[in-house]
Design a protein around this ligand. Structure first.
Ligand code: BMA
Length: 379
């Protein structure tokens, strides 16, 4: 009787011990999985390297990016070797933003040729730059632009919806595009893909007011699963990017989950127009660094800019000062400014621009990296 009670107690403790150590092992395993790389476990070696290198570099440096940099500038269009950023700073940007809205056509919604875009993407990647792609795709239900918010499109393109097959055809084209991006040695070029951006606003058909939280998350998860599992696209890191935010709850409200996101980004043009809003930008930078630290993701300022940059010292006095406000604000991996479309719609300086001298100072700051200062990010 006595022996059997002791035995029972021993068995009880062994069971408890085993289950605790089992849980601990599970937990350790999960942590290791989180630590080794992107959410796509089949990501190519270069994509994994980019993820790990960006994550580490972000702790001490901030890469500078520009949208459509190699395609055109304020005073030129499709001229080989040109870049408004290089012509004012001495280097190409470290991050190249590209846009694939109108993926069914020969040119994107801003008239950039897809054939040439692929060449520019290879050119930037071969020099060591980072490629990020956004997607202002047309409204798949109405056929209108990305800004056409009619028809509650998201509800119709998720699985079970009337336009689900149509959306899959768009994703097929997108997959084809991503899989056609190859380096000189034939390897796939890693891309930070940033679909359904500014999701907290209601100006795009995928925006907050145009679909439910569940619909948005379903669209995101379907996109990632379909590209990876059905189309075998494994050269993507996925960036979730909101518009302006001021709390963690608001930022994460439509977050699709750790298994579907690699980069935590935000777009903010509104708070960089004046000095009065500095605290708002700094708060965003604090929050993004904290959330990314907790979730083991890469924080990034995925879009910003001041249209035409009428403030000559805007680069150092607004952007740089806020990025360097403290040890948290400087943890973003990159900051990207929007495209140099024309005199009344440009976000980087060009030769002779009033902010060009200050842009050079910004470029010379030890925190900020342009392309010619990048370490190897792909090995
Ligand atoms: C917007 C503007 C538009 C452009 C779109 C997609 O911010 O620059 O002119 O079509 O981005 O690049």
């Amino acid at each position: 009787m006595r022996t059997s009670r002791i035995n029972l107690i021993t068995v009880f403790f062994i069971v408890i011990f085993c289950s605790c150590s089992g849980q601990r092992k599970e937990h350790e395993k999960a942590n290791q999985e989180l630590a080794i790389g992107p959410c796509d476990s089949l990501a190519t070696a270069e994509t994994k390297a980019l993820y790990n290198n960006l994550k580490e570099l972000a702790i001490t440096k901030v890469l500078f990016g520009h949208q459509d940099d190699l395609a055109y500038g304020v005073k030129w269009w499709e001229e080989a070797g040109r870049s408004d950023v290089k012509e004012t700073s001495g280097s190409y940007p470290a991050v190249y933003g590209w846009e694939i809205g109108n993926i069914e056509g020969d040119r994107n919604l801003d008239s950039v040729s897809f054939t040439k875009m692929k060449e520019w993407i290879r050119e930037g990647y071969e020099r060591g730059g980072v490629i990020t792609i956004s997607w202002h795709e047309h409204n798949p239900v109405s056929g209108g632009s990305a800004w056409d918010t009619s028809g509650r499109a998201v509800s119709h393109i998720i699985p079970g919806g009337s336009h689900h097959e149509i959306w899959k055809q768009k994703l097929d084209l997108l997959a084809e595009f991503m899989l056609s991006l190859k380096g000189n040695d034939g390897e796939l070029i890693p891309v930070v893909f940033r679909p359904y951006h500014e999701l907290t606003g209601s100006w795009f058909w995928w925006g907050k007011g145009l679909c439910t939280r569940e619909e948005f998350i379903q669209l995101w998860q379907f996109t990632v699963n379909y590209l990876a599992s059905v189309k075998n696209v494994h050269n993507l890191l996925y960036a979730y990017s909101t518009d302006f935010f001021d709390s963690e709850e608001y930022y994460l409200d439509r977050y699709p989950g750790d298994k579907y996101v690699d980069v935590l980004g935000f777009d903010d043009y509104g708070t960089v127009r004046d000095q009065e809003s500095a605290a708002k930008t700094i708060n965003e930078l604090h929050l993004i660094a904290k959330i990314a630290g907790r979730l083991n993701k890469i924080p990034a300022w995925t879009e910003t800019g001041l249209s035409s940059i009428p403030i000559p010292d805007w680069w150092t006095e607004t952007i740089l000062k806020r990025i360097k406000a403290d040890s948290l604000t400087c943890q973003i991996a990159w900051v990207l400014v929007w495209r140099n479309a024309r005199l009344d719609h440009h976000y980087a300086p060009f030769a002779g621009h009033p902010s060009a001298a200050d842009f050079k100072k910004f470029r010379d700051d030890e925190f900020i990296l342009f392309e010619d200062e990048l370490p190897d990010l792909y090995h």
